[in-house]
Design a protein around this ligand. Structure first.
Ligand SMILES: CC(C)(COP(=O)([O-])OP(=O)([O-])OC[C@H]1O[C@@H](n2cnc3c(N)ncnc32)[C@H](O)[C@@H]1OP(=O)([O-])[O-])[C@@H](O)C(=O)NCCC(=O)NCCSC(=O)C[C@@](C)(O)CC(=O)[O-]
Length: 439
């Protein structure tokens, strides 16, 4: 679950209108606290009962102030409320979202000096590189195929939020992953992008050559620490995969193309269960030897806890320099942030994540999405760690995902491109409710 999906809780209770005029008006009613709020789903008046006021306003509405509701009004007035809509936001959903103009701001109460000297925080790096994997890891897992133009738009929005690396797609067999069959078009369309690196996955030389001719400047190969997972994911043994990857790595090195190496199932496999750190170490050493510039350790099915992740990281750190390591956690059991925190405490500076927690793994049934990028950024902001990511822009991207372009529903992003379809549905629902209430 990402920030945007969470229900209102007492700790997230304050609802504010973020236009100055509205805030002043609200203040005059006695409210002292303001915070941006974002939520999805139908809003229940009861959840607004926080001793404050619920306020919704359409910025274009000259009757702006009347759109504010007092708490008691809110209880009765929400079925047809107008809501704040940022000028740049598309869509209109009855009770669906509230666009914040402000950052979510997580704060810390320690000065930089105190953080450095703190016994638990002192080893956390000053800055972290976030590798956004949503367009690849997220979209490869969607049941419906997302149109190329939408993918490209998503990548551009992610880049514009300041993410330094946005993994764009995979040059894999379209028979295996039809969702990414348009890899060539996606890569061609993002050629003008500046400011972020956009690597792509390549499972073999065929994929590597296609990626390079489409314009890819960085690639990633993906091995596994589990024999069964290697078979189901890339249809060969670990040993054979490493042989294939040596060819790719050599070709990449000849063209001075940086190559990242993934290792899947670093703590657990859907078939084999617990994976011993020694298996991860073996694959990591091989990837390093063939020239990988970075190694990303994937808890593919999200079963790791600090109890398994720490020994695995300690073992890998014996062979891979820390600056070459990245971590890639899925959030099946809500352990991703704790695993990231301990990775940071161990000095790791590269974190993979996926906007809105998109993802899963086509070959690991039940694996939930990657840790949500917005949650990672929120935590890092709170720790005073620099990421270069503008959380407001990221949230805007996420909202576009959830409203104009996709609708997120029970953890699955369904490609809708159907603001229209949705609005019609909502209008119908609204009419039915109105008739029902009238009767
Ligand atoms: C590896 C293969 C290709 C082997 O697939 P295969 O069927 O064993 O290979 P093949 O060499 O026998 O080829 C079969 C067909 O695929 C074609 N082919 C072969 N290679 C390519 C290519 N590169 N691009 C396009 N087409 C390709 C090839 O030309 C042939 O076409 P046909 O003659 O039948 O018409 C296949 O198993 C595959 O594509 N697997 C992809 C699996 C995948 O993408 N998994 C998800 C990514 S990994 C992941 O998500 C984990 C990660 C990274 O996020 C970290 C974590 O969380 O753990």
């Amino acid at each position: 679950m990402s920030l945007s999906d969470r229900p209102l809780t007492p700790s997230r209770k304050i609802i504010g209108l973020l236009e100055n005029e509205g805030v002043e008006w609200w203040r005059s009613l006695g409210s002292k606290e303001f915070a941006p709020l974002l939520f999805f789903g139908k809003m229940e008046p009861g959840k607004l009962s926080n001793g404050s006021y619920a306020c919704f306003s359409n910025h274009k509405n000259t009757e702006n102030k009347r759109a504010f509701l007092s708490q008691s009004q809110a209880k009765h007035g929400l079925q047809n409320f107008s809501f704040y809509q940022a000028p740049e936001t598309m869509g209109n959903i009855n009770g669906a979202f509230y666009m914040p103009h402000h950052h979510y701001s997580s704060q810390h109460s320690l000065s930089p000096e105190r953080i450095i000297n703190h016994k638990l925080l002192g080893s956390i790096p000053e800055s972290v590189t976030i590798v956004e994997v949503g367009p690849r890891d997220g979209l490869q897992n969607e049941k419906e195929i997302v149109p190329t133009a939408v993918k490209v738009e998503l990548i551009k929005m992610l880049v514009s939020s300041g993410l330094p690396v946005v993994e764009a797609t995979s040059f894999v067999s379209p028979k295996w992953i039809p969702q990414l069959a348009d890899a060539k078009d996606v890569v061609s369309a993002i050629q003008g992008i500046v400011g972020s690196r956009c690597p792509v996955l390549t499972p073999n030389l065929k994929g590597f050559e296609a990626a390079v001719s489409a314009g890819a400047k960085e690639v990633a190969i993906f091995a596994a620490a589990s024999e069964s997972f290697s078979q189901s994911n890339i249809n060969c043994s670990i040993k054979d995969s490493l042989a294939r990857y040596r060819d790719v790595a050599l070709a990449a090195s000849n063209l001075s193309i940086p190559i990242r190496g993934y290792i899947s199932c670093v703590v657990g496999c859907p078939v084999e269960g617990a994976i011993p750190p020694s298996q991860v170490v073996y694959v990591a050493q091989e990837l390093l030897n063939m020239g990988c510039t970075e190694i990303s350790l994937g808890d593919t099915i999200g079963v790791g806890t600090p109890g398994t992740v720490i020994p695995m990281l300690q073992a890998v750190l014996e062979v891979v320099p820390i600056e070459k390591l990245a971590v890639h956690f899925h959030d099946t059991y809500g352990q991703a942030l704790s695993n990231i925190l301990i990775s940071l405490q161990m000095g790791i500076r590269t974190i993979d994540s996926s906007v809105s927690g998109l993802g899963g793994c086509p070959y690991a049934k039940g694996a939930s999405g990657n840790v949500a990028t917005e949650d990672v950024v929120y935590m890092l902001n709170g720790l005073g760690v620099k990421t270069n990511v503008d959380l407001r822009k990221l949230i805007y991207c996420l909202q576009t995902l959830s409203t104009g372009v996709f609708v997120k529903c029970n953890g699955i992003v369904k490609n809708m491109l159907v603001v229209g379809r949705m609005v019609v549905f909502m209008a119908l629902l609204h009419s039915i409710l109105a008739i029902y209430c009238h009767l």
